[in-house]
Design a protein around this ligand. Sequence first.
Ligand SMILES: Nc1ncnc2c1ncn2[C@@H]1O[C@H](COP(=O)(O)OP(=O)(O)OP(=O)(O)O)[C@@H](O)[C@H]1O
Length: 225
Amino acid sequence: MSIEGILDPNDPELKESMKFLTMTTEERIKLQAQPFDGKKACWVPDPKESFIAAEIVETQGEEVTVKTSKGDSLTLKKDDVQQMNPPKFEMCDDMANLTYLNDASVLHNLRERYKNWLIYTYSGLFCVAINPYKRLPIYTMKVVMMYRGKKRTEVPPHLFAIADNAYSNMLRDRENQSMLITGESGAGKTENTKKVIQYFAYVAAASVKKGEGKKQIHISNHVYV
Ligand SMILES: Nc1ncnc2c1ncn2[C@@H]1O[C@H](COP(=O)(O)OP(=O)(O)OP(=O)(O)O)[C@@H](O)[C@H]1O
């Protein structure tokens, strides 16, 4: 099967994978069209949700009175109120682009993406992965081929983009590369490490088929975990 054939954007298998990697243009437009008042919209602490959306009703000195999305009226210290990003940043791919990079906005972005099964999100050079606890069709050969040789900005966030970047740097600079995979117990470190190795095995095998040399097939044997 040719790589060009594999990457047909209308391929039903690839289309199914894309549902778990990015929003459609229609979904993005709908999200971004939400009403928003930048002077009033904020996040306030909530014992259950960590943070909930609220609207500033009044500011007096160091105190702010808000109405929360649950309908409660609260008066808090200014420091406990976090600014909300405009809707154009809803479910954004890279949280380094957020205007307000506070705890509430990061949590909100990751939470909304996760609700839509978008488990990978960039934060600058890092790729945040949330454990989906179910098999998603985002690690197939076709998805691997979609990421091969692409710039990070050309494709949706994925561990494969990070792996491909390391692979390309290794080929270009002839230097060892390292990836740090960290998180609490059960976060998905082992699972994601396996996906990185799988990626290297696929791209090395594809390179061999393309006649780029047999040496590359050995690459996945040299990954130290
Ligand atoms: N991307 C994923 N897709 C599907 N299931 C996943 C994914 N990541 C993690 N899981 C599920 O979560 C379980 C725990 O993940 P994993 O073993 O990778 O965690 P870990 O961070 O290595 O944990 P520990 O530090 O305790 O070894 C896996 O057995 C798997 O069922």
